[in-house]
Design a protein around this ligand. Structure first.
Ligand code: 5GP
Length: 208
Protein backbone atom coordinates (compact mmCIF):
# COMPACT_ATOMS: atom_id res chain seq x y z
CA UNK A 1 0.00 0.00 0.00
CA UNK A 2 1.43 3.40 -0.97
CA UNK A 3 1.68 6.12 1.65
CA UNK A 4 1.49 9.63 0.28
CA UNK A 5 3.96 12.20 1.46
CA UNK A 6 1.34 14.87 2.09
CA UNK A 7 -1.49 14.58 4.60
CA UNK A 8 -4.38 12.38 3.48
CA UNK A 9 -7.83 13.50 2.41
CA UNK A 10 -11.03 12.91 4.33
CA UNK A 11 -14.07 11.82 2.30
CA UNK A 12 -17.38 11.98 4.13
CA UNK A 13 -20.14 10.09 2.34
CA UNK A 14 -23.52 10.91 3.81
CA UNK A 15 -27.21 11.06 2.98
CA UNK A 16 -30.36 9.36 4.19
CA UNK A 17 -30.60 5.80 5.43
CA UNK A 18 -31.55 3.60 2.45
CA UNK A 19 -29.78 5.80 -0.12
CA UNK A 20 -27.20 3.09 -0.68
CA UNK A 21 -24.19 4.57 1.15
CA UNK A 22 -22.99 1.16 2.37
CA UNK A 23 -22.96 -0.46 -1.08
CA UNK A 24 -21.41 2.58 -2.75
CA UNK A 25 -18.63 2.90 -0.19
CA UNK A 26 -17.99 -0.86 -0.48
CA UNK A 27 -17.70 -0.44 -4.25
CA UNK A 28 -15.39 2.52 -3.86
CA UNK A 29 -13.12 0.75 -1.37
CA UNK A 30 -12.83 -2.23 -3.72
CA UNK A 31 -11.48 0.11 -6.40
CA UNK A 32 -9.23 2.32 -4.26
CA UNK A 33 -6.85 0.22 -2.21
CA UNK A 34 -5.27 3.24 -0.64
CA UNK A 35 -8.56 4.48 0.78
CA UNK A 36 -9.09 3.41 4.39
CA UNK A 37 -12.52 3.06 5.95
CA UNK A 38 -13.10 4.51 9.39
CA UNK A 39 -15.27 2.07 11.37
CA UNK A 40 -17.76 3.83 13.64
CA UNK A 41 -18.93 2.79 17.09
CA UNK A 42 -22.61 2.15 17.77
CA UNK A 43 -24.88 0.98 20.56
CA UNK A 44 -27.36 -0.67 18.21
CA UNK A 45 -27.54 -4.46 17.88
CA UNK A 46 -25.58 -6.04 15.01
CA UNK A 47 -27.71 -7.02 12.02
CA UNK A 48 -27.31 -10.54 10.66
CA UNK A 49 -23.96 -10.75 8.90
CA UNK A 50 -22.48 -7.62 10.44
CA UNK A 51 -19.04 -8.10 11.93
CA UNK A 52 -17.45 -6.47 14.97
CA UNK A 53 -14.63 -4.14 13.98
CA UNK A 54 -15.48 -4.32 10.28
CA UNK A 55 -19.00 -2.91 10.06
CA UNK A 56 -19.05 -1.24 13.47
CA UNK A 57 -17.56 -1.46 16.92
CA UNK A 58 -20.67 -2.63 18.79
CA UNK A 59 -20.64 -1.14 22.28
CA UNK A 60 -22.86 -1.20 25.34
CA UNK A 61 -24.34 2.22 26.10
CA UNK A 62 -22.20 2.46 29.24
CA UNK A 63 -18.99 1.79 27.33
CA UNK A 64 -19.99 4.28 24.62
CA UNK A 65 -20.59 6.95 27.25
CA UNK A 66 -17.29 6.14 28.95
CA UNK A 67 -15.42 6.66 25.68
CA UNK A 68 -17.40 9.80 25.06
CA UNK A 69 -16.25 11.20 28.40
CA UNK A 70 -12.66 10.52 27.32
CA UNK A 71 -13.22 12.52 24.10
CA UNK A 72 -12.61 9.36 22.08
CA UNK A 73 -15.05 10.47 19.35
CA UNK A 74 -14.58 13.22 16.78
CA UNK A 75 -18.34 13.52 16.59
CA UNK A 76 -21.27 11.48 17.84
CA UNK A 77 -25.03 11.42 17.42
CA UNK A 78 -28.14 9.79 18.67
CA UNK A 79 -29.92 8.39 15.64
CA UNK A 80 -33.26 6.65 15.94
CA UNK A 81 -32.69 5.72 19.57
CA UNK A 82 -29.08 4.52 19.24
CA UNK A 83 -25.72 6.20 19.66
CA UNK A 84 -23.19 6.41 16.82
CA UNK A 85 -19.71 7.92 16.97
CA UNK A 86 -16.59 8.41 14.86
CA UNK A 87 -13.44 7.25 16.69
CA UNK A 88 -10.92 10.06 16.87
CA UNK A 89 -7.53 8.36 16.92
CA UNK A 90 -7.85 6.27 13.73
CA UNK A 91 -8.73 9.23 11.53
CA UNK A 92 -6.16 11.56 13.03
CA UNK A 93 -3.35 9.01 12.70
CA UNK A 94 -4.18 7.88 9.18
CA UNK A 95 -4.62 11.38 7.80
CA UNK A 96 -1.38 12.43 9.39
CA UNK A 97 0.37 9.42 7.81
CA UNK A 98 -0.93 10.46 4.40
CA UNK A 99 -3.72 7.93 3.88
CA UNK A 100 -7.08 8.94 2.47
CA UNK A 101 -9.96 8.02 4.76
CA UNK A 102 -13.64 7.51 3.96
CA UNK A 103 -16.54 7.31 6.40
CA UNK A 104 -20.32 7.39 6.19
CA UNK A 105 -22.03 9.18 9.07
CA UNK A 106 -25.53 10.66 8.94
CA UNK A 107 -25.80 14.28 7.84
CA UNK A 108 -25.25 16.08 11.15
CA UNK A 109 -22.15 14.00 11.76
CA UNK A 110 -20.88 14.91 8.31
CA UNK A 111 -21.30 18.62 9.02
CA UNK A 112 -19.63 18.27 12.42
CA UNK A 113 -16.64 16.67 10.74
CA UNK A 114 -16.47 19.47 8.16
CA UNK A 115 -16.30 21.97 11.01
CA UNK A 116 -13.24 20.16 12.39
CA UNK A 117 -11.65 19.35 9.04
CA UNK A 118 -12.54 22.24 6.70
CA UNK A 119 -10.65 20.46 3.96
CA UNK A 120 -12.88 17.36 4.17
CA UNK A 121 -14.86 16.49 1.03
CA UNK A 122 -18.57 16.09 1.77
CA UNK A 123 -20.55 13.90 -0.61
CA UNK A 124 -24.33 13.56 -0.37
CA UNK A 125 -25.93 10.38 -1.73
CA UNK A 126 -29.59 10.20 -2.75
CA UNK A 127 -31.59 7.65 -4.73
CA UNK A 128 -32.99 8.88 -8.07
CA UNK A 129 -36.44 8.90 -6.45
CA UNK A 130 -37.03 9.71 -2.81
CA UNK A 131 -39.73 7.04 -2.69
CA UNK A 132 -37.06 4.37 -3.30
CA UNK A 133 -35.81 4.99 0.23
CA UNK A 134 -38.91 3.29 1.58
CA UNK A 135 -38.71 0.32 -0.76
CA UNK A 136 -35.02 -0.20 -0.01
CA UNK A 137 -35.54 -0.06 3.74
CA UNK A 138 -38.48 -2.45 3.41
CA UNK A 139 -36.48 -4.83 1.25
CA UNK A 140 -33.67 -4.87 3.83
CA UNK A 141 -36.12 -6.30 6.40
CA UNK A 142 -33.95 -5.22 9.32
CA UNK A 143 -36.26 -2.52 10.73
CA UNK A 144 -39.83 -2.53 12.00
CA UNK A 145 -42.47 -0.41 10.22
CA UNK A 146 -42.19 2.26 12.90
CA UNK A 147 -38.41 2.36 12.56
CA UNK A 148 -38.74 2.70 8.78
CA UNK A 149 -41.23 5.54 9.20
CA UNK A 150 -38.83 7.27 11.60
CA UNK A 151 -35.90 6.85 9.19
CA UNK A 152 -37.96 8.33 6.33
CA UNK A 153 -38.87 11.33 8.40
CA UNK A 154 -35.21 11.84 9.30
CA UNK A 155 -34.34 11.49 5.58
CA UNK A 156 -36.49 14.49 4.64
CA UNK A 157 -34.92 16.56 7.42
CA UNK A 158 -31.46 15.50 6.27
CA UNK A 159 -32.07 16.60 2.69
CA UNK A 160 -32.48 20.20 3.85
CA UNK A 161 -28.71 20.24 4.48
CA UNK A 162 -27.72 19.15 0.99
CA UNK A 163 -26.56 22.66 0.02
CA UNK A 164 -23.82 22.54 2.63
CA UNK A 165 -22.21 19.58 0.91
CA UNK A 166 -19.57 19.70 -1.83
CA UNK A 167 -21.01 17.01 -4.13
CA UNK A 168 -24.34 15.32 -4.80
CA UNK A 169 -24.26 11.79 -6.23
CA UNK A 170 -27.52 10.31 -7.46
CA UNK A 171 -27.60 6.58 -6.89
CA UNK A 172 -29.74 5.39 -9.78
CA UNK A 173 -31.70 2.23 -9.08
CA UNK A 174 -31.18 0.92 -12.61
CA UNK A 175 -27.44 1.67 -12.80
CA UNK A 176 -25.74 1.04 -9.44
CA UNK A 177 -22.23 1.03 -10.97
CA UNK A 178 -22.68 4.59 -12.24
CA UNK A 179 -22.76 6.03 -8.72
CA UNK A 180 -19.58 4.15 -7.80
CA UNK A 181 -17.96 5.59 -10.95
CA UNK A 182 -19.10 9.06 -9.88
CA UNK A 183 -17.72 8.60 -6.38
CA UNK A 184 -14.42 7.39 -7.75
CA UNK A 185 -14.24 10.37 -10.11
CA UNK A 186 -14.68 12.72 -7.15
CA UNK A 187 -11.99 10.98 -5.12
CA UNK A 188 -9.56 11.09 -8.06
CA UNK A 189 -10.26 14.70 -8.96
CA UNK A 190 -9.90 15.97 -5.41
CA UNK A 191 -6.31 14.75 -5.33
CA UNK A 192 -5.44 17.01 -8.31
CA UNK A 193 -6.73 20.25 -6.83
CA UNK A 194 -3.91 22.76 -6.75
CA UNK A 195 -4.19 23.47 -3.06
CA UNK A 196 -3.73 19.76 -2.30
CA UNK A 197 -0.20 19.80 -3.70
CA UNK A 198 2.51 20.51 -1.14
CA UNK A 199 4.39 23.73 -1.96
CA UNK A 200 7.59 21.69 -2.07
CA UNK A 201 6.17 19.54 -4.89
CA UNK A 202 5.19 22.60 -6.94
CA UNK A 203 8.62 24.08 -6.40
CA UNK A 204 10.25 20.80 -7.40
CA UNK A 205 8.27 20.78 -10.66
CA UNK A 206 9.26 24.33 -11.42
CA UNK A 207 12.92 23.67 -10.73
CA UNK A 208 13.10 20.41 -12.67
P1 5GP B 1 -27.38 2.12 10.55
O1 5GP B 1 -28.06 1.81 11.84
O2 5GP B 1 -28.33 1.99 9.38
O3 5GP B 1 -26.10 1.36 10.33
O4 5GP B 1 -26.95 3.65 10.62
C1 5GP B 1 -27.93 4.63 10.91
C2 5GP B 1 -27.38 5.98 10.52
O5 5GP B 1 -26.27 6.31 11.37
C3 5GP B 1 -26.88 6.01 9.09
O6 5GP B 1 -27.37 7.20 8.47
C4 5GP B 1 -25.39 6.05 9.26
O7 5GP B 1 -24.80 6.75 8.21
C5 5GP B 1 -25.24 6.80 10.57
N1 5GP B 1 -23.94 6.59 11.23
C6 5GP B 1 -23.16 5.49 11.22
N2 5GP B 1 -22.03 5.71 11.91
C7 5GP B 1 -22.08 7.00 12.33
C8 5GP B 1 -21.17 7.84 13.07
O8 5GP B 1 -20.09 7.46 13.49
N3 5GP B 1 -21.58 9.10 13.31
C9 5GP B 1 -22.76 9.59 12.85
N4 5GP B 1 -23.05 10.86 13.13
N5 5GP B 1 -23.63 8.83 12.15
C10 5GP B 1 -23.29 7.55 11.90
Amino acid sequence: MTVLTGPGLLFVVSGPSGAGKDTLVEGLKARRERLLYSVSATTREPRPGEREGTDYFFLEVEEFRRRLSESAFLEWREYNGHLYGTPRSFIQEKLRDGYDVVLKPEVNGALALKAQFPDAVLIFIVPDKFSYLRSRLEARRTETNEQIAARLEIAHDEFTFVRRFDYLVINEEAQPQQAVDDLEAIVRAERYRIHRYPETRLKELEDS
